[in-house]
Design a protein around this ligand. Structure first.
Ligand code: G16
Length: 545
């Protein structure tokens, strides 16, 4: 490797992947995301930054995932993954934004130089980058731009091909820990399935199987992962009915299905009744890159609108928190279990959890929740939309491996905890892993959905999108619970909210879609629409003013 940046080579690609004139890119909730056909320049440039990131981490492997997750099929994006399998260090985000917006090669080089200086990057260190993509039609074209940027940097590369986002996170962590005491697993896609499946099979051994699970794969890459993991989990251990698996059908991805559709609409995937879904069936939906999951079922008369019951990220957090706390107690080990949520967490879920464990609230985005969860021995973090996981700290892992249980019951609990660590993706929220986690807990408790649902009753809630002229005009504080700008808008929202019983509402700009989101929650279901619409109206007025 040379100790200089290969500007001439980089410039060739820079010209080959021109930035669409006038387009502004912004590093958002998980990376850069917008219309897929405008993203080649961004992918090329972030590949170069990715290579620098790897160099700055002493040549550790980093990841680049091409996906737009829950967004519509024509969208795409790129999510950079850091060397421990977590999201990219947030201090790099402004460099990414600036690099993607640079209008010419000179400006781009200036940004690279600043980055190299700020992080004292030794350019002689080799770079290693793994990249993967979801099922979007624009992915192959964007992967070419990524590969070209990495080639210009002389980086060592691994083309992981079609992967779920959490699989790519797994691969990064597994590669970087291979052969060490922390070895996370075999660094292959098969290794991922084996690790999860092995742990799952141990966890459910000897426990009577529950009814079949219906999975909506959002017509995305989750279908591929689900099919593959079934090679390692026989249907006698978990009976799965996979629906919405049409990966190759144009326009099908996330269309009328998937975790976001179900959560926001609080309804079944479109036309799923035609698949013979019945009252009491346990169902779940993945999102487009399989990093989120929500569960649901029909209670009472399926013909009635309110028979749909959602078991979202909040309910998963409650289920997991209780279960892990209980196991720790049984095993006789002291673990500081805590929960991390965002402002979207239902008020009832926060209340439920706060009665049991410490609870932290962070801004939206797994990067924020993940970091906060690291403060606990066991950090359960879930966004209401179903994105989340459970982190076990190095201290907790040590405790688990060294504990000497004194009774058979304590020993059982300890073994269960150890296997739970392996079934739960420790790098990021993962629909497949979370699905298995929920199945394990329900089976241990011999619960159906209704019993799980009964943990608490959520407050009526609603989410709206408002299309505004400039979402950057909306800035927030207090973990996004309050607006700072537009000036005066928060006071007006407070005034409206005060008119409703047990109400809460907040407004924040989306970091993945071009809109402002409004969340509303009320004590009285009949007042919900009125509150949400009134707040949305205030947002629209502020934008038009
Ligand atoms: C991403 C993030 C999530 C976030 C969601 C919506 O999900 O990973 O943490 O909750 O976007 O973010 P926003 O409200 O800023 O648009 P995904 O599944 O789309 O990658």
């Amino acid at each position: 490797s040379s100790d200089e940046i290969p500007f001439a080579l980089i410039e060739q690609g820079f010209e080959a992947f021109p930035k669409p004139a006038g387009k502004k890119f912004e590093y958002g909730t998980t990376g850069i995301r917008t219309k897929g056909d405008t993203l080649e320049s961004t992918c090329y440039r972030l590949a170069i930054i990715g290579a620098l990131r790897s160099k700055s981490l002493n040549g550790k492997l980093i990841g680049l995932m091409v996906t737009a997750s829950h967004n519509p099929e024509p969208d795409n994006g790129i999510k950079p993954i850091d060397s421990r399998g977590e999201m990219l260090d947030v201090t790099w985000e402004p460099y990414c934004t600036a690099a993607c917006n640079a209008v010419d090669a000179q400006e781009f080089f200036g940004i690279l130089k600043k980055l190299i200086h700020a992080y004292k990057i030794d350019l002689k260190t080799p770079a290693k980058v793994i990249y993967g993509h979801d099922t979007r039609p624009s992915s192959p074209m964007l992967i070419k731009a990524v590969a070209s940027g990495l080639a210009a940097m002389g980086a060592q590369t691994i083309d992981a091909g079609l992967k779920t986002t959490p699989q790519l996170h797994y691969l990064v962590h597994a590669h970087n820990t291979a052969g060490t005491e922390e070895a996370y697993g075999e660094p292959t896609e098969e290794g991922y399935y084996k690790k999860l499946a092995d742990a799952f099979l141990k966890l459910v051994e000897g426990k009577p199987a529950t009814s079949k699970l219906t999975v909506d794969c959002a017509n995305g890459v989750g279908a591929h992962a689900l099919l593959n993991i079934q090679k390692y989990i026989p249907s006698s251990a978990l009976e799965i009915r996979a629906l919405r698996t049409a990966i190759g059908t144009k326009g099908a991805l996330n269309d009328g299905c998937g975790a976001d559709y179900v959560k926001i609409g609080q309804k079944l995937p479109k036309d799923i009744e035609k698949d013979g879904v019945q009252q009491g069936d346990r169902m779940c939906s993945f999102d487009g890159d399989a990093d989120r999951i929500v569960f649901y079922y029909l209670r009472g008369n399926p013909a009635q609108k309110d028979s749909f019951r959602l078991l979202d990220g909040d309910k998963i957090a409650a289920l997991a928190t209780d279960y892990i706390s209980e196991l720790a107690k049984k095993a006789g080990i002291e673990l500081n279990v805590g929960c991390v949520q965002t402002a979207y967490a239902n008020g009832s879920s926060t209340k439920y959890l706060e009665q049991r464990v410490p609870v932290t609230c962070t801004p939206t985005g797994v990067k924020h929740l993940h970091r906060a969860a690291e403060h606990y021995d066991v950090g359960v973090y879930f966004e209401a939309n179903g994105h989340g996981t459970v982190l076990f700290s190095p201290d907790a892992l040590k405790l688990l491996s060294e504990a000497k249980p004194t009774t058979p019951a304590a020993e059982d609990a300890l073994i269960q905890l150890r296997n739970l660590v392996d079934v739960i993706n420790q790098t990021v929220g993962d629909a497949i892993s979370d699905m298995l986690l929920v199945e394990v807990i329900l089976r241990s408790r011999q619960w159906d959905c209704e019993e799980w649902d009964a943990l608490y009753e959520e407050l009526p809630n609603k989410m709206l999108k408002v299309i505004v002229k400039d979402r950057a005009a909306f800035t927030t504080e207090d973990a996004e619970r309050r607006l700072v700008t537009p000036t005066g808008l928060q006071a007006k929202i407070d005034e409206v909210v005060a008119k409703y019983k047990d109400a809460r509402s907040f407004v924040r700009p989306s970091g993945t879609e071009d809109c402002v989101r409004v969340y509303a929650e009320t004590g009285l279901a009949a007042e919900l629409d009125s509150l949400a619409n009134n707040v949305a109206k205030l947002v629209q007025e502020a934008s038009d003013a």
